[in-house]
Design a protein around this ligand. Sequence first.
Ligand SMILES: Cc1cc2nc3c(=O)[nH]c(=O)nc-3n(C[C@H](O)[C@H](O)[C@H](O)COP(=O)(O)OP(=O)(O)OC[C@H]3O[C@@H](n4cnc5c(N)ncnc54)[C@H](O)[C@@H]3O)c2cc1C
Length: 634
Amino acid sequence: MSRFFSQKLVKSSFYLSAVAGTAYAANSYFLNSANVKNESVAAIHASYAPLVTSRPPPPTRSELLNKLESTEKFDVLIIGGGAVGSGTAVDAATRGLNVALVERTDYAAGTSSKSTKMAHGGVRYLEKAVFQLSKAQLDLVIEALNERAHIIQNAPHLSSILPIMIPVYHYWQVPYFYVGTKMYDLFAGRQNLKSSYMLSSESAKAIAPMLDDKELVAGLVYHDGLFNDSRLNSTLAITAIENGATVVNYVEVKQLLKSQDNKVIGAVALDRETGKEFNIKATSVINATGPFSDTILEMDKDPKGLAPEELRPPKMVVPSSGVHLILPEYYAPKGMGLLDASTSDGRVMFFLPWQGKVLAGTTDTPQKRIDEYPVPTEHEIEDIIHELQKFVKFPVRKEDVLSAWAGIRPLVRNPDEVTEDNSGSTQGLVRNHLIYKSPTGLLTISGGKWTTYREMAEQTVDSIVKDFDFGKEVKPCQTRGLKLVGGVDYDDSFTSRLIQTYGVEEKIASHLSSNYGTRAPLILEIFKQSRENQLPIGLAGKKDLSDVSYKDFEFPFTVAELLYSIKYEYTRTPVDFLARRTRLAYLNAKEALIAVDGVVEILARELNWDTKTKQEKREHVIDFINKMGVNQIQ
Ligand SMILES: Cc1cc2nc3c(=O)[nH]c(=O)nc-3n(C[C@H](O)[C@H](O)[C@H](O)COP(=O)(O)OP(=O)(O)OC[C@H]3O[C@@H](n4cnc5c(N)ncnc54)[C@H](O)[C@@H]3O)c2cc1C
């Protein structure tokens, strides 16, 4: 003991004399340290680009429409503004091509707003690849794993990494799932998001207390990306516009324009807002209409470029539908998804925390026809509830369903190889995409996944660059590292920066930063302008609401957000705002119904609607939301 003390004393006296003898040095050390500290604080400040609080307004829809009508000839005309069409517009525009894109409804009005919202390679497809010893299937998984990382890099504000647990109920499954998830990591290579790991049954129960744990033996956790599909879609459209493309929603292609030698040279388009028809000419035309690819292919076959009066069964697209529903947040662990790898009919079912709620669902029910607005049936909703009940401890109640929707997946096959009897199950189809070149020069891109939209776009533009002479140098693909609108200068501390700059609550700051990224300050500038702009959207236009605030509401959707979305994101209807620019209708259909009148009021004022238009738009949005499971779950 004494030896220990004496040693300590010697050491500390040595230390003291050393310090005394080098007072200046020590002093300067402390000065330096302060400097270093100041420098690092300064560096932190400097490393943050100033918040962009103003920017010139983007072209209005009518300016874009004028450009569509008056441009003599575009390099590329893209038909369809879903993930694939909008992604292709970004790719082509950033290579220096003069691009037009027309979308008959709104961005993501088709399948691209109705997905499971996962940026994934697909653990199930990896399983298939291994069991079928299929290199093609494996390549597909690897391709998607690469693209998964691109989505997260390019749109960091709209996507995140999500751990997903596979609850394991039999010991023999432990090595099976363990090896499977490790292979998933391995095939992602450098693009792997995070390593998978195994949880004991105790840990799995602690993380997921809702799980039926009677026979739970372990949990296997792997990682995928989760994103906001319709917001990513409109962000792509806006990014394309920022790069010079002429992208317009509510414009439908009614006919293909053909040259004397039967080449497609453009399209007859209809502005669905005014009913006006006009021609758009282009060197190359791309059909990116997803499930509706066959309709444009029918026009392509017709010498006059017209669609047949009665549509034939689709040849290229094999429609398969999927239904999802939203449940309260307590149905899944916080920040971790669950995967039921063995539903009664062999499909997989996901339960994912998304936007503060739980998204549950599956895909792969073969369909005979393609509806523009598929609606989930009561049976489909009950089916998901039934599957969920199998591994949730407490009763899964139908009245807990907050919203439900159905989407059509455009699985594809080569139309040249399809016989007259074109029936067939979707289960055996590879979820790969197909670039189909018609003899007329029309190029159709369909299939694939949301996750692979960027690569599909790259290959499509590579293909037209090879086949058409644009009379100018076309750059190679630019989209691998391209940050989309809102993703530039974004990092996870952006919410804090909004709170510090605007003095708003965490609730609205985090909502805006995770939906608009570095564009959020533009909304908060509008928010600051007036008391009305700060109102929750459902109360827009109401008088004497001095005590009411977005803080009192579950979802902080405000009038400011709607005003921004009209000016900067081409919102034209209440459905655009309630279902796609925000996800209120998806998160809680009944809440969205409550917000209808406020949204209609502001849109009518900003877009100068007459009483009839206002009434029509109101009826349309109510009908739309009523079909999101509201009637089925009452
Ligand atoms: C239930 C379900 C879950 C899914 N989950 C996932 C997932 O988690 N991850 C994943 O990676 N993928 C997922 N997918 C697949 C993914 O959603 C689709 O592959 C993708 O959205 C298809 O995009 P698209 O642009 O080809 O089609 P769409 O989004 O349907 O776009 C086609 C567009 O063309 C427009 N159009 C049609 N005709 C015309 C015309 N004449 N003139 C102008 N415009 C026209 C339509 O209005 C539509 O907006 C899922 C699919 C489904 C059905």
